[in-house]
Design a protein around this ligand. Sequence first.
Ligand SMILES: Cc1ncc(COP(=O)(O)O)c(C=O)c1O
Length: 427
Amino acid sequence: MSSDLERRAKRVLSPLPGRYTWLPLDRGEGSWLITKDGRRVLDLTCGIAVTNVGHAHPKVVRAVSEQAAKLMHISTGVATYESNIALAEALGTVTPRGLDTVFFGNSGAEAVEAAIKLSRQYTKRQAIIAFRGSFHGRTAGALTVTTSKSSYRLGYGAMLPEVYIAPYPYAVTCPIKPAHDMKTCAEHCLAELEMMFEHEVPPEHVAAILIEPVLGEGGYVAPPSSFLVALRDIATRIGALLVMDEVQTGFGRTGAWFATQKHGVDPDILVIAKALGGGMPLGAIVTSRAMQDKWISGTHGSTFGGNPVSCAAGLATFEIIRDEGLVARAERLGELMVTELAPLRSDPRVREIRRFGAMVAIEFDAKATAKAAIAGALEHDVLLITCGAHDQAVRFIPALNIAEDDLRKGVRALVEAHRSAAVATPA
Ligand SMILES: Cc1ncc(COP(=O)(O)O)c(C=O)c1O
């Protein structure tokens, strides 16, 4: 039965966004969502990798309300205030080597736009190399480098010029036979990239190589570190920038502050958003001071970017992640999830179980299988979402401070839901 909220939403809100559920929410508390009629649902989505410290963490709520009472908005170009500076200072203590200067925007897509613009202006080159299966956002520039699903481009016509798409290692879906492992897949991808320099884009045209250190929307796929190390070397060799999109992987999610650190690679531009604002809209790029000193003043900007309240929420979230040891905890949570999923390893409908820190996915044979599993889990009050080009994978994105018992129950709900659905529709 549809709720009052659903009926009203259908009258006045655009039907455009894809929707997983119509759960009529009243509030969130830690890892739990509470509906208008009092149903408690375990949130294993974190609002798509945003609420890494859970919903309504008292320290974040306090920081937001105190900042809102003091100064809600002024715009960075108009005056100077504490919270964006304090957040940038804090970020500088954990960002990859040499990255200490922050430009704030409002979202992931906006941060990607900033990275593309800065790369082009700084290098005086045009070409951007991105990777098949990546998601970088929905604005026109970010969409041009997004290839996680071709449907995102439907009907939108010409995109940015000078964008080249290289393959991303993803062995389990690779159509090239014989079946091969990720290391071999990564070697093929690197060979393809070198071929692109011979046939499609002269290396001296390349402004940036832009990559997610773990595919997010594209399926929670981690390449071997050797792949990213090689990209670092290639970028340096051809005089291009290496841009790491950590919008989904950042802030402890992978068992490091940033996944690129776990891979042992230092990018030139770090792109962040989602958990950065702890639930408030916030995005940023972080680079060396030298690079941003060369970004011609006034050639990019934003009214709301680095908003005082968003930055206060971001700083409180940062401090919770740091002070409560949540980066290290991500590994434990990841191990717990994979242990609980283990009984499905031999299931004929399961193609792969993947983990990089607390980024865990189970890839099924088809979208219908993944959707049936998350629908079954929701019947048991566990909220999960999918990823992958065909929504064939279920991803687990728990808050990094979730109670282990809750997480265990949540994963078990998915396992049981899949088993029941499989009995109902044998393979
Ligand atoms: C890796 C990555 N980059 C960029 C974006 C775009 O972020 P936003 O939705 O905040 O524009 C996303 C969103 O899912 C993402 O996962």
